[in-house]
Every structure is written in C-alpha cells, then in structure tokens.
Design a protein around this ligand. Sequence first.
Ligand code: FAD
Length: 543
Amino acid sequence: ESVVYWMRMGDLRIKDNRALSLASAHAKKADVPLVVVFILSPQCYKAHDRAPRRIDFTLRNLALIKASLQKLHIPLRTITEPNRRVIPHQIISFLEHLNASAIYANIEYEVDELRRDIEISKAAREKDIDAIFTHDKCVVEPGVVLTKEKRAYSVYSPYQKAWLKTLNANIPHFLENYPEPHPNSESVHTMAKFGALFDSLVPESVVGFELDPADRAKMEQVWPAGETAANEILQRFLHTKSRSSQLAAVDPLAEGAEDSVKRSRISVYDAERDRADKDTTSRLSPYLAAGVISARACVRATMPDTKNTTKKVDGGRWVQEVAWRDFYVCILAGFPRVSMGRPFQEKYADIVWEGPVLEGAYTDNQQERLNPKAKLPLATAESHIEKWKTGWCRTGYPIVDAGMRCLNEMGWAYLHNRARMICAMFLVKHLMIDWRIGEKYFMEKLIDGDLASNNGGWQWCASTGVDACPYFRIFNPYSQSLKADPTGDFIRHFVPELAAVRGPDLHNPPPSVADKLGYPRAIVKHEDSRDRALRRFKNPGEA
Ligand code: FAD
C-alpha cells in the first residue's frame, strides 16, 4: 500500500505545502510509504503558453526537491506524458501500480485542470481510492471572501477590505504553517515497487521548451532555484538595504544600490514601488508563481509574532499586493470565461482590433482571424506587433522599448508592475492590438507567468476586466516614463542608443536628437491613438 502526493507546477516546495503535509500525515497514520509524483506535460505547457524559462525554473526546483525528499526516503517520480488527455488514465495506473489508497494534490484553478481533476476524482472513486484536492495557492482561498449577496467580488478595494477582515478573524487557520513530511521508513529504498522510483531522474529539459544555454545561465543567476533562495529573497526584501552581490553581474541597477536604498525595501515600498530605476519590490513573483514559497509564509513574515493570536496582519501596501494575487485567483475561479480567452466585461467582446485577433485562446485550437472592420493593412498592424514585441525594432517610445527589452532579456521587468502596465496599455490602446496577443507573448517570456495574474493584469490594462480601470484611462507613455524612471537609468540601460541623452528628452526624444542617434520616431502619435481608442471603446463593434 501507499499514499501519493501529486506535486504540480505551482507547489514546488516541501515546507508549508498543504497537500504534501496532509498526504504525509495520512501515510504516517496508515503506516505506509508516501510517494511523490510530478507529471511533465508539454501539451499543457503549449496550451498555456508557458515560457521555456518557467519550465526550466520548474525543473531546477524539482531537482532540488527530489534530493531533499530522498533524504527523507520519499521517492519523487517524474512522468513525461505527451498526450494531456491521457493524464487521468496515467495517474490512475500509477496509483494502481503502487496499490495507493489515497492521492492528494493542491488545486489548480484553470478550467482544463479542474476538469482533469474531476475526471480523476470519478475514476479514483471507482477504484476505491480517495482523491483529496486542497486549497493552497492563496492566503484566503476562492469562495470564502464573498459579497453580501454571496457572490465573488469583482472590484478590488472592497474585496481587499473583506479579505483582511476575514484573514484577521482567523489567523491560525489562514496562516497555518503546514508541517514538513515525515520520513518514510528506510526500507522503501529496497522494496521492489518503490526502489526504482528513487532512480528516476528529473529531466534537464522538456522537448519544445529547451532554453538557450546562455539564457539558462542568466536565469540561474538571477533566479536561483530552491526554498532557501526564495526565503533569502524574502528576507532581503524585509530587512536588508542593498542588493545581493549574486545579482551584480547581471543586474544593471546593482551598482550604487547600497547608497540608493537607505531603509529596508519593505519600508520604502509604498512610496517607491513604481520606480523602474530602483530596487524596491520583493522580486518574489517567480517563487510565488511556482510555489517555491507559500503566500502564507510571505504574509506571516510581515508579522512580528504569529504565535500570539492577538496580533493582526497590518494590511500594509505590500500585503495588499499579495491580496491582488488572491483576488485574481478568485476571479479565475469565479468567472472561468476569463481563462478561455473571453473578456470579463462581455460588452467589450466586439471591440475592433487592428491586425489579427486571437480566437479560442487556452484551447488546443488556437487560431487567428482578421477583424473585417480593421482599418490598417494587416502588414502594418503586424509590424507594429513585432516592434512592440522585440523592443529592438522599436516603437519610438523609450519607456516601452526599455520595458519590452527588459522582459525579453530578463524574463521579468525591473519596472515590475508599472512597466508591465505601461507596455501592455501601449499595445492595447495606442496600437489597438488585441490584448490576448500581448497576454500570450508575456506568458511566453515571463519566468513568473501565471494565468490568473497575467490575465488579470492584461484585462485591467485593456479595460475589459474587473476593477476600476475605465476605458478612458489611457496612460500617457511620456509622463508615465518621467514618473517611473526619473533618473533615466532604466531606459539608458535597456536602450543604449539613448545612453548619452539627459533630462526630459530621454523620455520623448525630439526628432533631431532621435535622428542623430539612430533612434526611430514614434510609430504612432499619442493623441491620435488616444482618440481612436476612446472612439472604439465607446462604441464596441465600430471602427
Ligand atoms: P511585489 O511588488 O513585491 O509584490 C509581491 C507579490 O504580490 C508579487 O510577487 C505577486 O505575487 C503579487 N502581486 C503584486 N502585484 C500584483 C498584481 N498587480 N497582480 C497580481 N499579483 C500581484 N504577476 C505574476 O505573478 N505573474 C504574471 O504573469 C503577471 N503578469 C502581469 C501582466 C500584466 C500586464 C500586469 C500589469 C501585471 C502582471 N503581474 C503578474 C502582476 C505584477 O506585475 C507582478 O506580480 C509583480 O511585478 C512582481 O514583482 P514583485 O515580485 O517584485 O512584486
């Protein structure tokens, strides 16, 4: 007999992992071994536009987890399954092979994954195997923070207030620190059925998601794998003032960082989190997205003493950002259409986009069609998309080019949330390109790519989503640039063509300066683009 824990892409840790902890307690009580399984599914990764960087990060973390589990005599088996439709069958066969009495897993909230788990639950029941799926991704799981009408919130501010109230009303429950797994008896190594599981290796790459070696080396340096690394990054954010030297070789902002941050990052976070030229955010998103650290652990770390139950979570700005993550997971769970390529606000389904429109996103049948009402020739719209994507062919907006090059080079924009917002809104509102094209491109590049947060961020920028970003809120890329990068260090690093430019010209190079330096003129005019976006959003379906 045995108990199985199915580790997924979003829970790559041993500490404070709810399903793993419960599976271990079950195995201990039943006095049977615990086995961990991980399914690698290139087809799922393709369907979700996973970045090779994210897959590589997964494998790097898995290799460390395998080694740690080995010390507890717990085998971790990775199975590569090319056909995602047969994963339920694969899992059931694996359970039968190990004579498992139960399988535990943390819930994945994407529609395809929920359907898969329902299928597995039914099949397991027929075989008399318990299938237990637990909430773990969020601090407060979906379905708990609801409006008076018992519906999911679709506006963040009231959600965040209710979230904090709910959390503070039962801190021991929501911030529980789940114990690490108990070791298996050493004899599992030698048991015929289990021994072979110890020998299976975590692959170095997944076909179709191989990472270029230079990129891999850079990612390893910027985003080291493992729970210890994640915790160090959290501690660095909470307590230290300077950047870790490990990042210095690849981090353009490392030099002089010692002087630039006088207080701990979390204490300047509220005032400086939007600064592209400073290092003031946590940089934990890749670790949170992959579950290398739990969101609970992040919130707990902001509290002085979690044992004292009279202490409350203060709901400071950083904790509020962690609540945004919960919020978008609740949107995904409560309004599954957003994970099927549909706008949250259905009234914007007919907006006239230029260039191709992505249809059937998140299914196996992704296809593009051309909007018959589009005004620009397809080739022009496509060249706009390419210029935006690469940042090297250039939009002529330095902050957008810098953000996109940063995304391409680093897998994460230093300008963090603000950079993503500026780049995303430029694509959607200035170039009038379908937000799903940008959403897909971000997912393909981001090391922290996460459907709920990425979709939430894109739909917010496109004004098709939840919360209060009305369609007439259109960022002016020049003034945003001045606010986000007042020293110009961010732009100068990523757009070296403009390295010699000082002052406001850097953010909006006059034609004479741009021409002299070989920097292109803006591909669209801010005012004209703004007018077009306002017109089309006001009258969906009309060009
Ligand atoms: P911090 O500012 O230190 O925040 C701490 C944590 O809170 C983050 O690590 C993250 O988990 C969460 N968080 C912060 N802001 C947000 C937010 N607006 N929405 C949801 N969670 C948030 N985040 C992702 O994790 N994955 C994505 O794929 C992703 N795509 C995005 C796409 C767009 C267009 C936009 C506008 C935002 C996107 N975000 C995404 C949200 C946000 O930009 C990143 O979480 C943040 O930049 C990560 O940097 P950090 O870890 O230093 O964050």
